[in-house]
Design a protein around this ligand. Sequence first.
Ligand code: AMP
Length: 593
Amino acid sequence: MTYPTIHKDPADLRVTPNLPAAGWPGFSWAVARSWLDGLPDGAGLNIAHEAVDRHAAGPRAGHVALRWLGRHGERLDLTYADLARRTSAFAHALERLGTAPGDSVFALSGRVPALYVAAIGTLKARRVFCPLFSAFGPEPVRQRMAIGEATVLVTTRTAYERKVAALRDGLPRLRHVLLTDVPADAAPPEGTLSFAALVAGEAQEYAIAPTDPETPALLHFTSGTTGTPKGAVHVHEAVVMHHASARFALDLHPEDVYWCTADPGWVTGTSYGIVAPLTHGVTSIVDEADFDAERWYATLREERVSVWYTAPTAIRRLMRLGGPAQGALAAPALRFVASVGEPLNPEAVVWGQDALGLPVHDNWWQTETGGIMIANTAAADVRPGSMGRPLPGVEAAVLRRGPDGVLLADGRAEVLGPGVGGELALRPGWPSMFRGYLHAEERYRRCFAGGWYLTGDLASRDEDGYFWFLGRADDVIKSSGHLIGPFEVESTLMEHPAVAEAGVIGKPDPVACEIVKAFVVARPDAAGDGGLTRELLGFGRARLGAAVAPREIEIVTELPHTRSGKIMRRLLRARELGLPVGDLSTLEGGEIP
Ligand code: AMP
């Protein structure tokens, strides 16, 4: 079913949108850079200064920067001045611990204030901040900390004991583990320090050293079809995009109360859950608790959230529960709702209108782009099912994918016209573009061709420049908004003594977009089917954590292979969906090398 365009009537909008419906003629990245201050005396650009220190030194010092809602009803407001003091103390502590600029500070923590302090304090000290999702199991944590050469880990006692302590010998670069839930006067477990004790005596002012905008700032891990996770490196210059895109795509205004539901363990939760709203000087809601429909509606209502950035899976879960009860959103301050991370079905856009009184504005970006690229914006008409149009300064195109990649024989990419599906590509040059995959130069180079950055997504464009998502060009899995590499799951399952071979796919799911499903060939001497399935589900969960582990396992007698012996995931997926298998040559992209 096609859904009619939702027209915006300027009279219905409660504020004047930052980005006019007609776009921003004359926009350049230099214009966006001029919206930021830069370090005093022309000493460069540092995310922490733009996010916190410049507000703490001005009229917004007393404005609430973060309003933390604890899982059990606790509340904590941190003003910009508070945040400046706490992050300064953490920056000093990093120096006192003997770390050097460029060292990486990892976080494995739920949404607690110390996580936000650690992120900004790390950037102040020009160390590199790398968040990990707290629902990762020991294996994803170990791999990422090893690739990222973690020097410091900020985590909780339980996460440390369950996921890190046993791995520590394999992480020789890890020098300090800081526990956020050990009080300053309590004894931390051996080999760790109390975060509170560490920062307690530190000075609360910190002068950020000159920072070249190309200095690495953030490391975000993402997954490909094959191989180990990829560490995408982002630099301080990215803040130009964080700020500009939040202005355009999230329509942030100074008095907004903003709530990003993404976890900082993923790129959205850092770029738009920590950095971007702070650069705008707004109040951000940080909810420690996980999804709970009643709690969420109450938060929107009682905290007077005006701009809400969430995920399609969350919207679909709310839809399933039937929307807010009558009056649950009475007198809402809510004026703009956006979502990202996976396809937003048109029904969800329209549901927003009925249940929340506002359409949900889909937008698109990925770890590598570092910021929102394509969006449905506040002033523009919404075409339900479309990701929207490229933001000012972003050039997007759909390229033909030839049988041997996207390039034509003469080395130039062919840009396709309206209505034709192909690979979504972006013209390099926006400020938050990743600067490389850590220790994987060749993988980085393969992302570019013919003067374009290739996103790995398939899309089409219509006559009016709206982009429509068609799917992934590779086999990565999107589950509840989280990108999962099938190879990582397969490799872990193969470590179980009963597993001879494993092939992992994303199985479509009406709420989570996809769930991880594994097909496993058991070793001849393995126990019977029912017991083994249960055993492997538990094994996957213990090693990989709930966010990555397979939710379904099917024991099969063999897996489909190409002539060269690679497993064909797409064939597994086609069979799972009951689709015709078609020409096997098109399955090459989904093979396991
Ligand atoms: P990540 O790097 O984990 O943020 O995942 C990025 C990927 O999520 C993209 O390459 C897309 O495949 C998918 N994605 C993000 N936003 C959207 C969207 N609005 N519609 C469809 N897919 C999306």
